[in-house]
Design a protein. Sequence first.
Lengths: 192, 425
Amino acid sequence: METNNSNIFKFILIVVFIVLVILGGVLIFKNNNKNQEKAVSTENISPTVIPITKRGFMNISEEISDIKIKNQVDLKLSVDSDGENVTAFDVLIAYDPTKVEYVTVNSLNPDFKAYTKDKEGNISLTVVKTNLNNVTSIFKGDDIIRLIFKPKTTGEIGFKILPSLGKETTKYVNEKTQIIYPNINEVSVSVN
Amino acid sequence: MKNKFIRTLLLALIVGVFVIWGTSYIFLSTMGPKTKAAGDTIALSFLPTSFVNIASNYEINVRILATPSKDASFRGYGMNLNFDKTKLSFKSITYLVGSVSNGLGNTTNDVTAINSAGVVKVVGESQSSTGTLVTSSLGAEMITVTFKILNTSQNNITISSPSFYSLNSDSSLYSGWTYTQTVLSVNGTAATLTNTPTPTQTPTPIPTSTTMPGEPTSTPAITSTPVPTATTAPEETSTPEPNTNVTLNLKLRFQGITKKPINSLNSMTVKVKLKKPSDTTIIESSGIFTADDDGIWSGSAGFDMNPVPTENIFVVYIKGALHIQKKICDNSPTETSAGTYSCATNNIALKPGDNNLDFSNLTMLVGDLDQNGIVDSVDYAMIRNNLSKTDEATLNKSDLNRDGRVDTQDFSLIIAALGVRVDEQ
């Protein structure tokens, strides 16, 4: 009786072992296939594409920290294109029109010209490379634009780059006409 | 006793291994997180949106535009293009995104089989392992198919069984798209949207009406084309039944075009919208326009207005293929320089049947190349990045003055457009 039980137990153990080995093999085989697919998908990259993730940045910052009510608020727009050669870009900047008045925008890069539309506290800025030469424009945190405002009140005044507003978006376009969405920021300026 | 304890322990261990393995297999292998949300939609549409008054033996080029609801990289795509083989004859197909999947999709070599079945089986694939990224703002033209008109009576080209495969962030394939598609009307009435839901997803309806910003969405717009009036084939015994009761015969002038463009560029789909009096609803149609030697474009757009309003005072909106929308309120408007006309009060009276409107003293400003309603960096880049190009695909999208070359004139025009920026509403 003891021997019979022992044999049955051994048989069950062997069957279970074989099943486990087979299933293990199947799993390993499936994993290998997945890895091969991934290996293929990372080669030969020439996307005609727009990366869905955000790349680079467009940041605004104040040029002078101690701002008096009688002075102007100068903001600079810095752009990092994450290695991309930029043809043009759009920026949407929101501000509080009760606290500050938009005055003008200047391009700090001679190759680029800015076109603006200011409406109800939102500046829509399209900056384009008007120079027709083949010089690349890869920005690495370069200051490209200066925005000038006139303060109406003292205190904290907020400025914010918006990712989108209506049909418009903050983005840059490279020389292959690919659209890249950058990281953006907001800034608060203290006026005394 | 000791042996029995060891056996029980071993059995428990084996069962435990099975349970752990089985659980992880089920939950990690087959029920892992998907990277795409449900409800992603691809709008499939025809370019142009309709053909009217095309005589027998003429050839028409049909393009299919795929516009996903979100940016996506496509590895493969397929669909059936169904046509009436008694009225159209297939001539050729070109895959614009990737290339044909050998052995699966039809090519021009399959002309006999295609014309026998009345179906073009489209199966294409991107050659790049990262796929071809198609944006929700621009979409992508997937194929061009050329047909020859055999019979001038009304017929439709339809899309069925669409399937698109995009790449998830982990490089796996995603095929859970739902689709909306239009019907291409040849020598008759045009496009209506239909939804083709997949079993597992709820289709996202595409609005067919256009309203002004801030105004409530209202009844669906009726898209239609004018009734053919001229050419009939010898075998034709009756004219197509009209679905439009108000037709606008328009004369237009587009910025930068001062003479007849070269043949391949002398055709433009123009969107025409009518705003009803005392109503926020805008109804939309489109027509194919062609230019004369002086660069004046003529064409028609038909509307099904039932009943035709008795108070026939309308506003007309015109938007060319690469242009900023213009709002017009007068039957024969004029302006002193391009773009200065401004609409004041609604003065356009329409009647059932033909309405001849001469807008050729206005200049429709160019600049909205991607037709999203604004002129921005993308429109600008489409010119600057294509300077000196002369291939047909580029010319169709970037040759603003239609002289057969993307050049500094087009560059000047897009720079000027940055000062206008938005569609008139």
